[in-house]
Design a protein around this ligand. Structure first.
Ligand code: ADP
Ligand code: MG
Length: 638
C-alpha cells in the first residue's frame, strides 16, 4: 500500500472554526458526547438503510449499537459504533473540511454572536459537531472502516492545523472515536469524563431518545469484594413521537426538539398527532421561536425527517412540507411505506400528499392558535417567519384563506402596532370597498409617500407592506372577506367622487377638468420620455405631484428586485398625477395659458416629475441635470 502515513492540513476555515470551538464557543462542554453519539447513531441509521436497499453492502446488522469504552490508565474515552464507517477519502472530505456552504458567513456571525448560547446554536446548524471533541481532548484518534470495503483508516489530530492519516489493517466495520482527555479542570468547566455517573447523566440528558442502544461496561463490586463487569444500556431508546401525548412532558419535548433542531431555545409551538386508519403515521412537529439565518438561502432545507416504523429514512423531506413551511422541524413516522422509498416516488404518492395536506392544516392551525392566544408571542413569531409564511400566499392556493387570516401588517391606523386583515376590515369606513395598501422598500419611504396624503386626510386606513414578497402576493390573492386589495399607488383613485345627485359638485369637477385639459395634454407630450400620461389626482393634499402605475403595472420596487436578480424587465412608464389645488400646479396652468411656448415650462415640468420620483424614494435618471435645473430656478427666485 506504499506510504500509508500522510499528514494533511485542515482547510483554513476549518482551522478558524476549530480555534473558536476549542477556546470560546461552548460554555457547556458536556455536549461533545451528544455530538459523537449523534454521529454514531446517524452511521447506524445509514448502515441499516444501506443493508436493506443495497444487497452488495452485506454488512452484519444484527447487533447495531453504540459502545462507550473508558480506559482509566490511558485517560481515554472511546465512542464506538458498528455503523457505516468512512473511506479514507470520505474522512478527508467530511472531517478535514467543511463542505457545507456559507462557512465564511458562519464565521462572521460567530464573531458577532452575543453569547455562548447564540454561538452554540449557530455551530449546531452548521454541524461542526465532531470538532467539539477538541473541547475536552487534546488528541483525538478516529479509526474507521467503511461497510463493503476492507481498508481501514486511522485519523489523528491534536486539533491544531494538521491531521494524520494512516492505513490500518484488521478494523471491524464502523467507527471508533478515542478522546485523549484533557486534565480535569473545574474552572474550565471540564468535568471528569471518565466517571461513570457523569457519562450516564450526559447520555440520559441528551441522548435518551437515540434509537440504538448505547452500552457501557460497568464494574460492580459484590458483597465479598469481588468485582464483576456487566454491560449496561444507558438510554431508553423510546421514540418520543410514538408515546401518547399525555405521557410526554414539556421538558421532554423541548429536549427532543433541541436534538433534532440544534436550537437552544424552546420551540414556539409543538404539534403532536397520530393518524389511524388506512394510512397510519405519527407526527411530532415544532415551530421554532427564532428563524435560522439560512432561512432565505438559495437552497433552503426543510426540517422534517421521515421515518418508516422507527427506521430513519431521510432528512429534509420535501414531500411532507411545502417550501413556505421549511422552518417547521420534526419527525413523521409512517407505518405503511417501503423502506426503499425514494424522494421521487414520495413526491407522487397519493397518501403522502394526503399526509402533507393534513400536516399543513395542523401547522397553520397551530399558528392560528398562537395568534389567538398570546399577542406578544405571535408578534415575535411573525417577525421571524411572516416573510416565509407569506410565500404560501403565492404557492398554496388551497390555504389562501387561512394564510390571509394570519397576515400581520404595519398600518397607518396605529404606527406602533401591526394589524390583521380582519381587524382592518372591522375598521373600514362606511362605503369603503377595498382594502388599501402601499408597498415600498422601507417603512419610512412608504409612510412619507405623497400617495398617502388624501387617504390620511380623509381617514382611510392604508396597510404598509415592505417585505419583498408583499409585491407579489397582493397581486395574486383574490381578496379578503369579499374585499379586494387595492394599491393606492396604482390605477385611478377617486376619493372625492361627488355624492350621487350633487350637481353643483359634479359641475365643478367638469369645469376643473376643462380648465386643466390644455396643460395636461401639453405636459403629456413634454414628458413623454418619462411618463405615459399626466393627469389630475385626488390622492394629494399637500404635495404638488406623485407618480402612480396602471392597475396591473409592475411596481418600481418589484422592477428593481427583478433587475437585482439579473432578470431583463422592460422599463414601465408611469403616470404623473398633479394636485389641482396646489399653487405650483395652478401657477403652471396660468403660465401655460399665457405662453405655451415658454421654455421655462419644460424645465419646471421636468422638476415636478423629478420631485415626485424623489418623494417616493425613487432614483433620478440624471441627478446632475436635476440639480442644475433646480439651482438655476432657485437663483432666479432670489
Ligand atoms: P454533522 O453530523 O452535522 O454532519 P459532524 O461534524 O458531527 O457534522 O460530522 C461530520 C461528518 O462526519 C458526518 O456528517 C458524517 O458524514 C461523518 N461522521 C462523523 N462521525 C461519524 C461516524 N461515527 N461514522 C460515520 N461517519 C461519521
Ligand atoms: Mg454530527
Amino acid at each position: 500500500m506504499g506510504s500509508t502515513v500522510e499528514t494533511l492540513e485542515f482547510q483554513a476555515e476549518t482551522r478558524q472554526l476549530l480555534r473558536l470551538v476549542i477556546h470560546s464557543i461552548y460554555s457547556n462542554k458536556d455536549i461533545f458526547l451528544r455530538e459523537l453519539i449523534s454521529n454514531a447513531s446517524d452511521a447506524l441509521d445509514k448502515i441499516r438503510l444501506e443493508s436493506l436497499t443495497d444487497p452488495d453492502v452485506a454488512a452484519d446488522t444484527s447487533d447495531l449499537h453504540i459502545a462507550l469504552d473508558v480506559d482509566h490508565d490511558a485517560r481515554t474515552l472511546t465512542v464506538r459504533d458498528n455503523g457505516i464507517g468512512m473511506s479514507r477519502d470520505e474522512i478527508v472530505e467530511l472531517i478535514g473540511t467543511i463542505a457545507k456552504s456559507g462557512t465564511a458567513g458562519l464565521l462572521e456571525k460567530l464573531k458577532g454572536a452575543k453569547d455562548a448560547a447564540a454561538a452554540q446554536s449557530l455551530i449546531g446548524q452548521f454541524g461542526v459537531g465532531f470538532y467539539s471533541a477538541f473541547m475536552v481532548a487534546d488528541k483525538v484518534t478516529l479509526r474507521t472502516r467503511r461497510a463493503g470495503t476492507d481498508a481501514g483508516t486511522q485519523w489523528e489530530s491534536a486539533g491544531e492545523g494538521t491531521y494524520e492519516l494512516r492505513d490500518v489493517d484488521g478494523l471491524p466495520v464502523g467507527t471508533s472515536v478515542t478522546l485523549h482527555l484533557k486534565p480535569v479542570d473545574g474552572e474550565d468547566g471540564l468535568a471528569d469524563y471518565l466517571s461513570e455517573p457523569k457519562i450516564r447523566q450526559i447520555v440520559k440528558q441528551y441522548s435518551d431518545f437515540i434509537r440504538w442502544p448505547i452500552r457501557m461496561a460497568t464494574e460492580r463490586t459484590g458483597a465479598e469484594g469481588a468485582t464483576t463487569t456487566e454491560v449496561d444500556t444507558l438510554n431508553s431508546m423510546k421514540a418520543l413521537w410514538a408515546r401518547p401525548r399525555n405521557e410526554v412532558t414539556e421538558a421532554e419535548y423541548h429536549e427532543f426538539y433541541q436534538q433534532i433542531s440544534h436550537d437552544w431555545q424552546a420551540p414556539a409551538k409543538t404539534v403532536h398527532m397520530r393518524a389511524e386508519g388506512t394510512f397510519e403515521y405519527e407526527a411530532l412537529l415544532f415551530l421554532p421561536a427564532q428563524a435560522p439565518f439560512d432561512l432565505f438561502s438559495r437552497e433552503p432545507r426543510r426540517g422534517v425527517q421521515l421515518y418508516v416504523k422507527r427506521v430513519f429514512i431521510m432528512d429534509d423531506c420535501e414531500a411532507l412540507m411545502p417550501d413556505y413551511l421549511r422552518f417547521v422541524k420534526g419527525v413523521v413516522d409512517t407505518h405503511d411505506l417501503s423502506l426503499n422509498i425514494s424522494r421521487e416516488i414520495l413526491q407522487h404518492d397519493r397518501q403522502i400528499r394526503a399526509v402533507r395536506r393534513r400536516l399543513v392544516k395542523k401547522v397553520l392551525g397551530a399558528v392560528k392558535e398562537m395568534q389567538a392566544g398570546d399577542a406578544e408571542a405571535y408578534a415575535s413569531f411573525w417577525s421571524q417567519f411572516g416573510r416565509v409564511l407569506k410565500e404560501g400566499l403565492i404557492e398554496d392556493a388551497d390555504n389562501t384563506a387561512a394564510l390571509l387570516e394570519l397576515v400581520s401588517a404595519a398600518s397607518t391606523h396605529d404606527p406602533d402596532r401591526t394589524t390583521t386583515l380582519r381587524e382592518y376590515v372591522e375598521r373600514m369606513k362606511d362605503g369603503q370597498e377595498a382594502i388599501y395598501y402601499l408597498t415600498g422598500e422601507t417603512r419610512a419611504t412608504v409612510e412619507n409617500s405623497p400617495h398617502l396624503e388624501a387617504f390620511r386626510a380623509k381617514g382611510y386606513e392604508v396597510l404598509i407592506l415592505t417585505d419583498p414578497v408583499d409585491e407579489v402576493w397582493v397581486e395574486r390573492v383574490p381578496g379578503f372577506d369579499g374585499h379586494r386589495l387595492q394599491s393606492i399607488a396604482k390605477g385611478q383613485v377617486d376619493l372625492d367622487e361627488p355624492a350621487d345627485g350633487d350637481e353643483a359638485a359634479d359641475a365643478e369637477k367638469v369645469k376643473r377638468d376643462q380648465d386643466f385639459a390644455a396643460l395636461l395634454t401639453w405636459l403629456t407630450t413634454a414628458l413623454s420620455e418619462q411618463v405615459k400620461q399626466v393627469r389630475l389626482s385626488s390622492r394629494l393634499t399637500t404635495s404638488a405631484a406623485c407618480l402612480v402605475g396602471d392597475a396591473h403595472d409592475m411596481t418600481p420596487t418589484l422592477e428593481k428586485m427583478y433587475r437585482a436578480m439579473g432578470q431583463q424587465v422592460p422599463q414601465v412608464k408611469r403616470i404623473l398625477e398633479l394636485n389641482p389645488a396646489h399653487p405650483l400646479v395652478t401657477a403652471l396652468r396660468t403660465a401655460h395659458e399665457a405662453d405655451p411656448a415658454d421654455p421655462a415650462l419644460t424645465e419646471i415640468a421636468e422638476l415636478v416629475h423629478g420631485g415626485a420620483l424623489l418623494a417616493e424614494g425613487g432614483e433620478l435618471a440624471d441627478p446632475a441635470r436635476f440639480t442644475r435645473l433646480l439651482t438655476d430656478r432657485l437663483t432666479r427666485a432670489l
